[in-house]
Design a protein around this ligand. Structure first.
Ligand SMILES: [Zn+2]
Length: 344
């Protein structure tokens, strides 16, 4: 294991306890694996309820699609078929018999499964297992497939159960020190798998752009538009959002289904804030939170708690500053009055 310090090898074979024998094989095949088409499975994709599309279309992986479908269904994770195929692309490029490199999860030595179907059956079952332990968090589950269940415990202990690349690096360092190894897993595993996937951007707001209220009880304290700034006293500043009075006990709720695209901690300006993307040209932003309860990339439903009301950043008291943007980085004057979208 001590000889595994080569970065190239790490990129190619992220699974832990990788056999040195594999190195030559995988290094050769990664050179070829970029020659991919893009039309081989479009008719099947349309039947799959997934936010992702497998783009690393390799015939070596495609030929096993029926196995992925069968065992994903058996394990109740049929919405993860594309992810499982991307993982397999990363694990073996589909060119080894143990395509998902799953022998180790059975307690066997590396690459000892000689039947691809058995490898997929075991790999899918193991992924379903870590996905459940990860509370359905795909990124956390992926990293745990690579680094073992211990990563989930580590994330629970150090990062509120959320995945981050930094955390994966920390855990890898922690395990290397503990075991005296020079390499432990691949801290870039999530990125390495995701590069084989195209994230589809569903138009969440299609047909009905109306928003639900961002607080259980609402009280508007400052309107959208031109005003005297409450902190700087400056006249004629444009207030790009709508303010609601709230207390730190109040949860801030997502106004619609979407995906978190910003979850930032700050002491200035917006303070701690979250931005949710609802569609191609529709974003909601929630500012001055005391704490943030979601992470970047997370899918949220209408009414899901994003964090708690607060007064962080440029703020004179506990309140929610809600914005409706049609693009990120938009000038305040170009934003939309949330009152309209909320139907107030
Ligand atoms: Zn405001």
């Amino acid at each position: 294991m001590k000889k595994l310090g080569c970065g190239l090898v790490l990129m190619a074979i992220p699974f832990i306890f990788v056999a040195i024998i594999l190195m030559g094989v995988v290094m050769v095949i990664t050179g070829e694996s970029n020659t991919t088409g893009s039309d081989a499975h479009s008719e099947i994709e349309s039947e799959i309820d997934s936010d992702y599309t497998f783009n690393g279309v390799s015939p070596e992986i495609e030929r096993y699609r029926s196995y992925f479908e069968r065992y994903a269904k058996e394990n109740g994770i049929e919405d993860h078929i594309e992810i499982l195929m991307a993982m397999t692309m990363q694990e073996s490029g589909g060119r080894l018999a143990d395509v998902m490199q799953s022998s180790e999860s059975l307690g066997l030595p590396v690459n000892t499964i000689s039947d691809p179907e058995l490898s997929i059956k075991q790999g899918v079952s193991y992924f379903a297992n870590v996905l459940e332990s990860a509370g359905g968090n795909t990124e956390l589950a992926l990293q745990s497939y690579n680094m073992g269940h211990g990563f989930i415990d580590y994330a629970n202990e150090h990062n509120n159960g959320n995945y981050s690349k930094e955390l994966a690096q920390q855990f890898s360092n922690h395990m290397k020190a503990r075991l005296g190894w020079s390499v432990y897993g691949d801290p870039n595993y999530v990125d390495n798998v995701m590069r084989y996937l195209d994230k589809t951007e569903p138009d969440y707001a299609a047909g009905d752009a109306d928003w639900a209220l961002p607080l259980k009880n609402i009280r508007i304290t400052s309107e959208f538009g031109w005003r005297t700034h409450p902190v700087t006293g400056e006249r004629n500043t444009f207030h790009g959002g709508l303010d609601f009075g709230c207390t730190p006990a109040d949860s801030i709720l997502s106004v619609a289904v979407g995906r978190v695209v910003e979850a930032k901690h700050s002491n200035v300006g917006y303070g701690n804030y979250v931005t949710v993307k609802h569609g191609q040209n529709e974003y909601s932003r929630y500012a001055h939170l005391s704490s943030i309860g979601v992470s970047n990339g997370q899918e949220v439903n209408q009414g899901d708690a994003l964090g708690k009301c607060g007064t962080t950043g440029s703020s004179t008291g506990n309140h929610l500053h809600l914005e409706h943007m049609t693009e990120l980085g938009q000038a305040h004057q170009d934003k939309i009055d949330p009152k309209e979208t909320l139907g107030l």
